[in-house]
Write a protein that binds this ligand. Structure first.
Ligand code: SAH
Ligand code: SF4
Length: 372
């Protein structure tokens, strides 16, 4: 692979950013985070502390609409209340550690949490969209054989505030007039293994008083944690993406070890059940094509049979190479033949373009390691 030049930059006040990070971690900082709670929950927390509930709405407008985190600057709150809230609650969970821009416009943000953990989010500009790919865990415990995040092992779940702050920090990187139009939970980690925090983040994202995003602009991707799929979809009419990647249990057991607990038939039966089929939103199946592993004509035919009866679209993603996996993408003719068979079977498919490969920002390449 050629090595196109990528720009790598520290945030403008790089040393300042480190200092802020240290202060986030300092023992004197409040431990409660304003962004950890949906608005109804925050209103109740305020009420319990003797603060009028409606103050939570005002704070949400500052944090989520006006991108202001500093409670002292929230000028429609009385000064004494700003001091009370500022002393008891934190409003920032992440600071930018490093920004990398790809030659194709994708922008990877390495973000540092209060405990020093590093996680990554990726902004992907398209003609009419600006998609942000979010992380939900530091590392991932599911160890899929082709995924750089899986090779990291698992450190911890992200808090709701850390999920939401990825959106806040990414917004600050955009040009004037640009906005994030779509969110995909396809970064580091398995969202359904951190479901309570992911659900609370979605509630904040879709709340008209907070980010006011349309649920159809949010997609959560899972490798198939079957019992958590329904609880996820109950929160709002968001999109579900399912990482399938194989058409037999023998192959999927190796690529996605979670398959040993929730095999293909069990996963697809769940997606085929009445209540899910009638959601009126297709399932997006993700199928990472790996040379000689899952890319045969038989695989394509089996895939078409397997998803029969499930309203769906199939995203075929050529394997993004990285140092932790020996798998490679098949030659382009093989990918074309594979997608042609699916097409002939009447399936809706997209062959996904890889974005941000020069900065290791493409699907499955996120592998930020904690800075020492
Ligand atoms: N844990 C979730 C979401 C994060 S991974 C899941 O597995 O669905 C996002 C997508 O990238 C998944 O479909 C995943 O299988 C895919 N992926 C992982 N490694 C990849 C690689 N090296 N090349 C292409 N896609 C990859
Ligand atoms: Fe985890 Fe998804 Fe990577 Fe599998 S593909 S290791 S579930 S992040």
């Amino acid at each position: 692979m050629s090595q196109p030049a990528s720009q790598s930059s520290q945030p403008s006040a790089s040393s300042g950013s480190r200092l802020e990070t240290e202060s986030v971690a300092s023992a004197k900082m409040p431990t409660r985070s304003l962004k950890d709670h949906s608005l109804p929950a925050l209103r109740e927390h305020f009420h319990e502390s003797g603060i009028p509930r409606y103050r939570a709405n005002q704070i949400a407008v500052w944090m989520y609409r006006r991108s202001v985190d500093d409670v002292a600057a929230m000028t429609d709150l009385p000064v004494a209340l700003r001091e009370q809230i500022g002393a008891a609650w934190r409003s920032r969970a992440l600071e930018v550690d490093r920004l990398q821009r790809s030659v194709d416009g994708a922008c990877k943000l390495a973000l540092r949490a209060g405990d020093g953990a590093i996680l990554e989010a990726v902004l992907i500009p398209e003609e009419r969209r600006q998609t942000l790919c979010l992380s939900t865990q530091v590392g991932c415990p599911l160890a899929c054989s082709f995924c750089a995040t899986g090779a990291l092992g698992f450190t911890r779940n992200l808090s709701t505030a850390e999920i939401i702050d990825q959106v806040c920090r990414a917004r600050e990187v955009l040009e004037e007039g640009e906005e994030i139009t779509n969110l995909v939970f396809m970064g580091m980690g398995e969202p359904l293994l951190n479901l309570p925090n992911v659900l609370e983040a979605i509630r904040i994202l879709i709340d008209p008083k907070a980010f006011a995003m349309a649920p159809r602009r949010i997609t959560v991707s899972t490798s198939g944690v079957v019992p958590k799929i329904r609880p996820l979809l109950e929160v709002a009419p968001i999109n579900l993406a399912v990482s399938l990647h194989a058409t037999t249990d023998a192959v999927r057991d190796v690529l996605v070890p979670l398959n040993q607990r929730f095999p293909i038939a069990k996963l697809l039966d769940t997606l085929r059940s009445d209540d899910l089929i009638h959601r009126r939103r297709p399932v997006f199946f993700e199928y990472t094509l790996m040379d000689g592993i899952n890319d045969s004509d038989d695989d394509a035919r089996r895939l078409a049979r397997l998803v029969h009866g499930i309203p769906c679209k199939i995203n075929v993603i050529p394997m993004n190479p990285h140092a932790d996996s020996e798998h490679r993408a098949p030659p382009p003719e093989r990918a074309d033949r594979f997608t042609a068979i699916l097409h002939e079977a009447g399936l809706r498919i997209t062959l996904r373009k890889n974005r941000g490969m020069d900065i290791d920002a493409a699907c499955g390449q996120l592998a930020a390691r904690e800075a020492r």
